[in-house]
Design a protein around this ligand. Structure first.
Ligand code: PFF
Length: 467
């Protein structure tokens, strides 16, 4: 007999843990980069609409699945489908997806850790030099950092839901907010910062096209940690007396505010560095931004605050990204851990270490796919392009499967588990929900246009990236 399921101790604890999951590298870097390239305020508007009108109902659906079943995603689909074989498939998807996303995300997180350590040891000037990144990601120290990172995350998970996940979120999230605000305030007092703010906020609707809208949707979905089984699992640790809709709104709002604020950090910093810059020329990827471009900008701050000041600024930034990534990784690795415990009755620590060991091997393979091992570097041809093992994991599990998982959640909740059951779960701890506009909207949208939009995103990605 396994012990009673652990729950979060308080509503705030749940909100901080879920926000910890949602706030990640996606918010701090990918969002500002996307907003910069895609029409500033215009992108913000589209993004916010997607978060609140499309993603929020999906988050409620995932949380409700978890809380009702009191199970991991595999168990939730099994139980609430009444044992259907077909509906077991999305449960497995919601297990494999987080397992594999964690692997590539771990590698990027470890690079952030490496940059933090390099900055703290006085090497910001090296980071700002052109070839550091390529050398660093191919050096054996990455393996050491990977092990270290795994120990930190597994250490938090091993303490349990309340003493591990919740306590880490309660410590780390306020720290994250303070660091982010501190950096923004500092940057806004620098010369030319306002040019960046203007560039960021003034909408340029001419930049909006089908691709931008598609990316905004995918970004919003990823940013809220949807389609990864995370919210199902965290939902299963929620108390019955807490409102799902109310808590989900706070999580979505927090996540969006952090992404928005990160733009107020990144763009003014860029414009301070070079007021003539055309930010649309900047790197497309988050990795290019964090590891190649930002260190140069941070170093340039030394004209105002000296080398130590610039290094301190950079260190706080890398630490901020690291904290955001750690709380996200904790949530994503909790999914397979919960599954092993619930489905196989495995003891929690044993589950954590077994999963950690497999993920470590796969993460090492990802880390070696930037040149260290030729066969991993040129792992497979997709659409006539050589993809590394890392790229392939990212392509399949992040770009392709996430919207599909979201689509399956909507269809399952409305058409298999059924609206009335879903409604009943949303009304637990939230008597005002029944008959409200929110209820009507959530019920209608999840059964109609939300799955349709997710299907379009899925088809679009497949058409664009595989052929
Ligand atoms: N919401 C996270 C982000 O924006 O970075 C998404 C995520 C990624 C969650 C990876 C968890 C994770 F391990």
């Amino acid at each position: 007999m396994s012990a009673a399921r652990e729950h979060f101790g308080s509503r705030l604890g749940f909100i901080l843990a879920a926000a910890g999951s949602a706030v990640g590298i996606g918010n701090l870097v990918a969002f500002p980069v996307a907003a910069t390239k895609s029409g500033g305020g215009a992108f913000l508007l589209v993004y916010a609409l997607f978060v609140f009108l499309i993603c929020l109902p999906v988050m409620m659906a995932e949380l409700a699945l978890g809380r009702k079943s009191d199970k991991d995603p595999v168990g939730a689909y099994r139980q609430l489908s009444g044992g259907s074989h077909l509906w077991r498939i999305p449960g497995w998807f919601a297990l494999i997806t987080p397992f594999m996303i964690a692997v590539f995300y771990l590698v990027v997180t470890v690079w952030v850790l490496g940059y933090l350590i390099a900055t703290l040891t006085g090497n910001l000037d090296l980071l700002a030099g052109g070839d550091y990144f390529g050398q660093f990601i191919n050096s054996p120290i990455v393996f050491l950092y990977l092990v270290l990172m795994m120990l930190i995350i597994n250490g938090i998970l091993a303490l349990g839901v309340k003493d591990g996940i919740e306590r880490a979120a309660k410590t780390l999230m306020p720290m994250l907010f303070v660091m982010l605000l501190g950096l923004v305030i500092f940057v806004l007092t620098q010369e030319n910062a306002m040019l960046g703010v203007k560039y960021y906020l003034i909408p340029d609707f001419s930049k909006l096209n089908a691709e931008v809208v598609n990316n905004a949707m995918a970004q919003a979905f990823f940013s809220l940690s949807l389609g990864m089984g995370i919210m199902i699992t965290y939902g299963s640790y929620m108390k019955k007396r807490d409102s799902i809709a109310g808590s989900a709104k706070v999580v979505a709002l927090t996540d969006t505010m952090v992404a928005f604020t990160a733009g107020l950090l990144i763009l003014p910093t860029i414009f301070h560095f070079n007021p003539q810059i055309d930010p649309t020329e900047l790197s497309d990827s988050s990795a290019g931004m964090i590891f190649l471009f930002l260190p140069k900008i941070f170093l340039a701050l030394q004209d105002n605050v000296g080398y130590v000041g610039a290094s301190a600024f950079a260190a706080v930034f890398f630490f901020l990204v690291l904290v955001a990534a750690v709380t996200s990784l904790v949530s994503i690795i909790e999914v397979p851990v919960a599954t092993l415990c619930d489905e196989r009755g495995m003891e929690r620590k044993k589950a954590i270490y077994s999963i950690g060991a497999i993920q470590l091997v796969l993460a090492v393979a990802c880390a070696m796919s930037f040149g260290m091992a030729g066969w991993l570097t040129e792992f497979m041809q997709v659409a006539g392009e050589n993809k590394s093992f890392f790229d392939l994991v990212e392509l399949i599990f992040y770009s392709t499967i996430l919207p599909l998982n979201g689509l399956l959640v909507c269809l399952f909740v409305i058409y298999k588990w059924k609206r009335a059951n879903f409604d009943r779960e949303l009304q637990e701890g939230d008597s005002g929900f029944a008959g409200s506009l929110s209820q009507k909207y959530v019920n209608f949208s999840l059964g109609t246009f939300i799955p349709l939009i997710l299907l379009l995103v899925f088809i679009n990605t497949v058409a664009e990236k595989y052929f």
